[in-house]
Design a binder for this molecule. Structure first.
Ligand SMILES: C[S@@+](CC[C@H](N)C(=O)[O-])C[C@H]1O[C@@H](n2cnc3c(N)ncnc32)[C@H](O)[C@@H]1O
Length: 228
């Protein structure tokens, strides 16, 4: 059982003085990072990102990761979820079971194949399947978020479009019994997607792991028991 950070440990609060040239929002971001127990614990335990704890917590509760599974991780940089997935599946460089994709450059993660590419490129789905030797997969993870424009309605549509692409891909590549986990943002339209997925999976629901910031609209859609 993984101990949740912040409980029982005394933390000294770090204040960030607004530096010349640093905007108030980036000062706020930096202050939050410096005082975030998940950030501190990710650093201490060698996880690439605090996001690693979101997958750890969802796995503890919903039993998503198992030894020997083949996994695709969409939007994988800087690699926290890949690390968690490689550990739980036992994936190695000799016999990699995990492939990740991100358009950002990143350091290699032991036990996983990484494609530096935009998932929305036409050839991306085939390249992901080929990377795992053409096998069907057990789990598709997506932590992708479209870059925001500041225009609320546009941002929402772009986020939903990305999740829908991820869901279509999952339905193409999953084995019967497989699962799909994707970041969504609360706002309504994802319930439509949830309805579609309910037809293709035995169970579908939303999760908000404790590591997902309470003030963020982020949530995760989990679909288990792919019907094929
Ligand atoms: C929140 S981060 C993922 C963190 C990751 N789960 C971890 O644990 O380290 C989201 C990632 O999605 C990537 N992303 C967003 N849209 C993408 C796209 N169309 N194709 C590939 N990657 C994308 C971003 O570059 C970013 O690195």
């Amino acid at each position: 059982m993984t101990k949740r950070p912040g409980s029982g440990s005394r933390q000294l609060k770090t204040r960030v003085k607004t530096a010349r040239g640093r905007s108030t929002s980036s000062t706020r971001w930096l202050q939050r990072q410096l005082n975030d127990p998940y950030v501190a614990r990710a650093k201490a335990e060698g996880w690439r990102s605090r996001a690693a704890f979101k997958l750890i917590e969802m796995n503890e509760k919903h039993h998503l990761l198992h030894p020997g599974q083949r996994i695709v991780d969409l939007g994988c940089a800087p690699g926290g979820w890949l690390q968690v997935a490689a550990k739980e599946t036992g994936s190695t460089d000799e016999n990699p079971l995990i492939v990740g994709i991100d358009y950002l450059e990143m350091e290699p993660v032991p036990g996983s194949i990484i494609l530096q590419k935009d998932f929305t490129d036409e050839d991306a789905p085939d390249m992901l399947v080929e990377a795992l030797g053409g096998h069907k997969v057990d789990l598709v993870l997506s932590d992708m978020a479209a870059p925001t424009t500041g225009h609320k309605a546009t941002d929402h549509l772009r986020i939903i479009a990305l999740v829908e692409m991820a869901a279509d891909f999952a339905c193409d590549v999953l084995k019967p019994g497989g699962a799909f986990v994707a970041k969504v943002f609360q706002g309504g339209t994802e319930h439509q997607l949830l309805g579609e997925l309910k037809k293709r999976f035995d169970t579908t629901f939303h999760a908000k792991p404790p590591a997902s910031r309470k003030d963020s609209a982020e949530a995760y859609l989990i679909a288990k028991g792919f019907k094929g």
